[in-house]
Design a protein around this ligand. Structure first.
Ligand SMILES: [Zn+2]
Length: 363
């Protein structure tokens, strides 16, 4: 019974693989998990280590994304509360000015014995509570005092929230820093584990991952169009970058992620994924960025670079170093990474999920 189930499962996996091969002939011969395990029989421990490191990096990368969103949320809260403190301070100032006017008016009308009572009072509070003002000003003075007390209590309330928010922000920033460190260690561990894989085991494991990524990406129907990019190379030296499929993940300001973040060492060389013409940009969310108009009409966008190795308008050949990995733009303060997009219809057209394409080229 057990063997039978296993057999059936085996067939369905084969069917799936066969279907995948038919549907995606560009992916080449589909590889089964069994084939990977056979090829890696002599380096089982290394493969396990690599798989564990991949999973750990994925977790660390997700934790970092969450931490970044948390900081963003608390920063927004702080800005909003800070705005309330400002507006309530203004309101309080207005009430105080109104009371001072009332006092001056009273004095001018002879209601107050001397102006000294205004000018000798060290604060509006002290002046307000003098029995002379209260009795003379009668109802008007009482009302102003009530208003002053209410406004002050509102302001105090917002100041307490602002102080709490400051503490909360420090906490989430500390979490973000820890998450960043964890992600960097996880990236190093994954790259080291990858480097230990050997020969056919490495080739098959990587091709298997690529096929799985492509199947998963298509199953989720995340790709808005087909990613027939033609000749394509990894923007980093294969094996020197770690990344996960973060297409559509939430980003600050309610945006959705429209690319893949490839993590690598600071200043790691970045290559033209195919030949074409580059234009450089500087500023905004992307920081130092490059648009590569591929010679086949496909657009590739590179963001957060530390520097350029090309000038705008230059023609580049595939594999040419065009810039260096960094954390400019809204990646500032975060782990250095290349935000990479593929626009099949060229610049200005919609982006598609580049993950499967990258997974195939970068390992
Ligand atoms: Zn990104």
């Amino acid at each position: 019974m057990r063997a039978r189930t296993k057999h059936v499962r085996h067939i369905s996996l084969l069917t799936l693989v066969a279907m995948a091969t038919l549907l995606f002939p560009a992916a080449g011969l589909a590889i089964t998990k069994t084939q990977v395990e056979e090829a890696c029989a002599n380096s089982r421990a290394q493969l396990d280590e690599y798989r564990a490191a991949q999973a750990a990096f994925e977790d660390a990368a997700r934790a970092y994304e969450t931490a970044v969103l948390e900081v963003d949320r608390v920063e927004r809260k702080q800005a909003s509360v800070s705005g309330s403190v400002t507006s309530h301070t203004e309101e309080l100032d207005q009430i105080q000015a109104m009371i001072e006017d009332q006092a001056v008016e009273l004095y001018m009308r002879g209601g107050l014995a001397s102006p000294g009572i205004i000018f000798s009072a060290s604060s509006v509070d002290q002046f307000m509570t003098t029995s002379e003002f209260l009795t003379t000003a009668a109802t008007g003075g009482q009302e102003s005092l009530a208003e002053l007390i209410a406004a002050r209590s509102e302001l105090n309330r917002f100041q307490v929230v602002l102080d709490d928010t400051r503490v909360e922000l420090e906490a989430v920033e500390a979490q973000k820093l820890t998450a960043r460190t964890n992600q960097e260690s996880a990236m190093e561990a994954e790259l080291a584990a990858y480097a230990k894989l050997e020969g056919r085991c490495k080739d098959l494991a990587v091709e298997y991952d690529r096929q799985q990524a492509e199947l998963a990406a298509r199953a989720r129907q995340r790709a808005a169009g087909s990613v027939q990019v033609g000749s394509f190379i990894c923007p980093f030296t294969p094996g020197r970058t770690s990344f996960i499929d973060s297409w559509g993940d939430p980003r600050s300001g309610g945006r959705a992620h429209k690319g893949t973040d490839l993590f690598a060492a600071m200043d790691e060389p970045i290559y033209a994924v195919r030949s074409g013409r580059v234009s450089t940009g500087n500023g905004g969310l992307g920081g130092k960025s490059i648009w590569l108009a591929g010679d086949n009409g496909i657009g590739f966008y590179y963001a957060h670079l530390s520097g350029f190795n090309v000038s705008s308008g230059q023609t580049v050949s595939q594999g040419q170093t065009i810039g260096y990995n960094g954390n400019t733009g809204n990646a500032s303060g975060g782990p250095p990474h290349l935000h990479f997009e593929i626009h099949p219809g060229g610049r200005g057209s919609a982006a598609v999920n580049p993950y499967a394409t990258l997974a195939g080229a970068c390992r």
